[in-house]
Write a protein that binds this ligand. Sequence first.
Ligand code: 3IO
Length: 340
Amino acid sequence: MKKHIALLAIVFFMTAAMALPPLAPGAGAETITLSYANFPPAPTFPCVQMERWKAEVEKRTGGQVKINTFPGGTLLGAKEMMDGVEAGQADIGNLCMAYQPGRFLITNATSLPLGIPNARVGSMVLWDLYEKYQPEAFAKVKVLAMFTTAPANIMSKVPVRSLEDIQGLDLRASGGAAQILKAWGANQVGMPMSATPEALQKGVVQGLFSSLEVMKDLKFAETCKYVTLTDTVIYPFAVVMNMDRYNALPDDVKKVMEDLRVEQSLWTGEYMDEHVEKAVAWSKQTHQVEFIQLSPEEQAKWNQRLDPIVEQWIQDHAAKGIPAKAIVEDIRALIQKYSQ
Ligand code: 3IO
């Protein structure tokens, strides 16, 4: 009998606690619920950073804002992000700019072979470039964060030790990274990361060109037993919010999101860099993946193939009325600034 009363008391107090309104700031205000769409599976870095942002926003608004996250393309797919957020199908979305290369012309310049050394530097360079040029492509949304991957390397089922080995090899990449694969002579196959596990499984591609943390997060180390280290280009990402939905937020909530923009971008870059290191160690230990380091002479041959890319990009984009030369110079200067 005593036991029952104790149990009833516990249930009563738990129910009462759950029914209590969240504490300040914004205590008493109605809860604002926002949806956040993402395209790859939950263990990958875009979703890890999404959960971190959700937790920070919920904490800093004292529970006034609740974020419902949708990983794995369950709300919007990889190429639907920008249109879907603009149309309000999701309140917030995480997108990879490489999947619509013709849409994000200015910010995609960060995926030219200009030597971004890591994701931390890449993310800060991308953020500053966005702030300076305020690209038209993002005019209809509120940008909540921008970050990049670590530089891309070749993950493959067959060893790639020389330029000869990569000729005609079916490798997956997107955007700026895809241009690099073409220049090296691979048969470049374009698709988002979210489609890559199946393409590898079915043998549609023999490997991919991206940052190495996916060796662990998407278990590519099980099929790709070789990595050729090239540390070539990054993939740029953005987190965007529906503009009307953002404008309708109370000022204190806007401030929380505003304050998080650079912090979240930096957090994600640093998380990525640390996670790549862990994934490399894990791939060697758990799956005996061979990491191939090109000789300096071989590396020089690979780099030589990339020489025309930046000049060509400047020509093509200047013809479209974009200050292409200034953008490339800015990226070079920002890399210097953030590498110190
Ligand atoms: C990426 C995209 C989704 C999940 C994990 C990821 N790691 C690196 C990328 C970059 C990218 O978008 C791509 O397609 O290689």
